[in-house]
Design a protein around this ligand. Structure first.
Ligand code: FES
Length: 106
């Protein structure tokens, strides 16, 4: 099971095990990681699952689709070059150890 390390805005670290095939957002919500609101439940219509991907993981997590990019433009926390919507990051064994920082405001 791939592990995800979530960094909360207050510096707290949440290390959780994800099911391969689940999204990073689903994993956070299911395991009670605070700060991922996920209002739309993963339908790519809320941008309240915004995270910053640690730079060393960017290649493996891939890039945001055009639509995801548009959603990130309207996110409550200003997007950065490492911004993704965590409902669009599908966990695989390759992503074991993935580090995501939860944005301060969703
Ligand atoms: S959960 Fe709504 S866009 Fe990700």
């Amino acid at each position: 099971m791939p592990t995800i390390i979530f960094h909360a805005p207050d510096g707290t670290i949440h290390k959780v095990e994800a099911r391969a095939g689940a999204s990073a957002m689903e994993t956070a919500v299911k395991l009670g990681v605070p700060g991922i609101v996920a209002e739309c439940g993963g339908a790519l219509s809320c941008a309240t699952c915004h995270v910053f991907v640690s730079p060393e993981w960017l290649e493996l997590t891939g890039t945001a689709s055009e639509f995801e990019t548009e959603m990130l433009d309207d996110a409550a926390t200003e997007r950065t070059p490492t911004s993704r919507l965590s409902c669009q990051i599908r966990m695989t064994d390759e992503l074991d150890g993935l580090e995501l920082t939860i944005v301060p405001e969703q």
